[in-house]
Ligand binder design. Structure first.
Ligand code: WTA
Length: 650
């Protein structure tokens, strides 16, 4: 055995006290290993089924899975009604904190009434099970109510992050053929209202779109453009509807939502999730990974509902487990850097789940800020979205977790729907920076190009992360594009029938798993997935740009920063800083401010292979200031001289 490796010594086991009281013990792994399908059936039975399932997994039509296929349930009923019927109507579901300082406590009974009103009004609008609804909203309670109302009616929601541009919204609305868009008049940003409904109007202008109505929640009182007949105020319609509504059961495989995510091409993929398997796994993971206790814990996931983390760990996971949770509308530094810790103190947050980029930002702001607050209520910390560096991990545990809270570093993806690889807080001796082990019921491997297992502890011989067994919350496809689903995830290891995650990983000498980051052309900026192709296409959309190559270069705070290299058109009038500023603004406008390049360099040429492929690896070396790797396959190795000369002037 390799007990004395540094990796092994630097591990943080749970205290005996924590382990003894935890939801999940060692035996959970044994039960799952003994009979995987029986294990998942047991987890699924934590939910309420209108019609119990008799089958667990159908994998005959792989890679299209069906879980619990003959069962029927209602997702919203599971997240709201059943808690009220069980006598917990007065329990707070959501402690909502508005950005400007307003707040609302929403009980499960209140949430149920709101969801029923929305469901009744959406029915009145003529929407029927299977129709798509786009939700383009900031973090207001009505966003969660809208998602649950869709789920209740079997409508498939497509939440579009409210930071996305009108053109990104248009693309998503068109792809899903949404009949309704739900939005707000505006959103609060650092104490000021910014328009949002306006962006919906812009997205819908001119296109032959499918949208019949735009439903608008009043949030900021900002003035909004209005199209009579199409546009509807929430407070005049939903708020007036009846609060009685009976939830109908839907098939376990009924589509629940589409969520667009960046792939390796410019066009975002509509990841499709269905009902029974998805809810089973988000509920199971939220219960065990966060050691959540209904009625006792106060849970806070700082994600936005525009991302999968918000879907699974603000809406469906926590609500299915009758959580009391904090939902916060604003940024961590409005009005100042104390905001998160004031909220933790105010509500006694006990489980706090965030992204490494934010932990690194808190580190930069200095520990005296969290130290000024009583954070002793926190007993579990979570991390998601990108690898967490060991230094940030230790700081997180020591400063935010009072040197005692276990950290769960949770690896998963929009496609996996729920957490896949993570420590269990009452079991695992977690190592700073490692996602550790697949959860009970989940199977993963680290393999080389050919699919052979990599050897333990060979840190240089890193491999690819694959999932070698179907799992309940797995994506059921890419909306409208089954071929792309097969080729993106299942072609690479077609022979073995494994899912290719697109991440690099290694196993240390103890066999524990470390996720190393994307191995494709997807960048990870502050935990947000952005494809190089998307940014490149926004850049070449500008009349002064002939060609563009984009790479993710490592960044101390955001994980990766976007660095672009552009060749200008012959006729480009401006070639200086003004143009660079304009190009950055163009990317923000076309995609979102989150995709704005950190640096743009104007270069005479781009390094290409003989087959015309841009050598991004070499550009990354340049962007990160490293010695260049192998340049022998380049058509013109001199191109780097030109880029380097250019770089001397940066
Ligand atoms: C990365 C977010 C390392 C990874 C839930 C993955 C992580 C992509 C971790 C999915 C983690 C997520 N450690 N890397 N704990 N969690 N990632 O779809 O590259 O927005 O493929 O889902 O984020 O991003 P997505």
């Amino acid at each position: 055995m390799t007990d004395n490796t540094a990796d092994h010594l630097d591990a943080y086991p749970p205290t005996a006290e924590f382990a003894a009281a935890a939801n999940a013990g060692e035996s959970l792994y044994d039960r799952a290993a003994a009979d995987r399908e029986a294990f998942w059936a047991e987890q699924a039975r934590r939910l309420h089924w209108h019609q119990p399932f008799t089958r667990v997994l159908d994998w005959d039509d792989a890679p299209f899975a069906q879980w619990f296929a003959d069962g029927k349930l209602n997702v919203a009923y599971n997240c709201v009604d059943r808690h009220v019927l069980d006598g917990h109507g007065e329990q707070v579901a959501i402690h909502w904190e508005g950005e400007p300082g307003d707040s609302r406590d929403i009980t499960y009974a209140h949430l149920l009434a709101e969801v029923c009103r929305a469901a009744n009004y959406l029915t009145e609008l003529g929407l029927k099970a299977g129709d798509r609804v786009a939700i383009y909203m900031p973090m207001v309670p009505e966003a969660i109510v809208s998602m649950l109302a869709c789920a209740r009616l079997g409508l498939t929601h497509s939440v579009v992050f409210a930071g996305f541009s009108p053109s990104a919204l248009r693309q998503r609305v068109d792809d899903a053929q949404a009949r309704l868009v739900i939005t707000t008049d505006g959103q609060w940003r650092r104490g000021k209202p910014a328009p949002l409904k306006e962006a919906v109007d812009e997205a819908l202008v001119g296109s032959e779109h499918s949208v019949e109505h735009v439903l608008v929640v009043r949030r900021t009182e900002i003035e909004v453009p209005w199209t009579d007949g199409r546009d509807l105020w929430w407070h005049e319609t939903v708020a007036e509807a009846s609060a009685d509504h009976e939830a109908q059961p839907f098939d376990a495989e009924h589509p629940l939502y589409i969520l667009y995510t960046s792939g390796t091409t410019g066009k975002p993929k509509g990841i499709l999730h269905t009902s029974g398997g998805y809810l089973t796994q988000v509920s199971y993971t939220h219960h065990n990974v966060f050691d959540h206790r209904a009625g006792q814990d106060v849970y806070w996931c700082t994600a936005d509902i525009g991302w999968v983390t918000g879907h699974s760990y603000i809406v469906y996971g926590p609500l299915s487990n009758r959580a009391t949770q904090v939902v916060y509308e604003g940024t961590p530094n409005s009005p100042d850097e104390h905001r998160h810790w004031q909220i933790v103190e105010k509500y006694g947050v006990s489980i706090y789940y965030t992204a490494p980029t934010l932990v690194r930002t808190f580190m930069k702001w200095g520990r005296e800020i969290p130290d000024a607050h009583d954070l002793s209520s926190i007993r579990v910390l979570g991390s998601v979205g990108e690898p967490i560096n060991p230094e940030a991990w230790r700081w997180y545990r020591e400063v935010i977790g009072s040197n005692s809270a276990p950290i769960v570093d949770t690896w998963w993806q929009t496609e996996t729907g729920a957490i896949m690889i993570s420590p269990l807080p009452g079991v695992t001796a977690a190592k700073p920076g490692a996602a550790m082990t697949p959860l009970p019921g989940i199977s993963a491997k680290v393999v080389d190009e050919e699919g052979n297992p990599v050897h333990l502890g060979e840190t240089e011989a890193n491999g690819y992360l694959v999932l070698d067994q179907p799992w309940p919350s797995m994506l059921r496809g890419i909306w409208g594009d089954p071929d792309r689903y097969r080729s993106t995830y299942w072609e690479r290891y077609a022979e073995q029938g494994w899912y290719f995650a697109g991440d690099g990983a290694k196993l240390d000498a103890d066999g524990d798993l470390w996720v190393l980051g994307r191995v494709d052309d997807v960048m990870n900026v502050s935990g947000h997935r952005i494809s190089t192709a998307e940014v490149e296409s926004a850049l070449v959309g500008h009349h002064s740009v002939a060609e563009a190559a984009v790479v993710g270069a490592s960044d101390d705070t955001t994980g990766q920063g976007i660095v672009a290299f552009v060749i200008l058109t012959a006729g480009a009038a401006d070639t200086g800083q003004d143009l660079i500023a304009e190009l950055k603004a163009e990317v923000s406008r076309e995609i979102s401010p989150i995709a704005r390049p950190r640096e743009i360099h104007i270069v005479p040429e781009l390094p290409k292979t003989r087959s015309g492929k841009i050598m991004r690896r070499l550009l990354r070396d340049v962007a990160e200031g490293r010695e260049l790797g192998d340049t022998s396959t380049l058509v013109d190795p001199n191109v780097f001289e030109a880029i380097r000369t250019q770089k001397a002037n940066w």
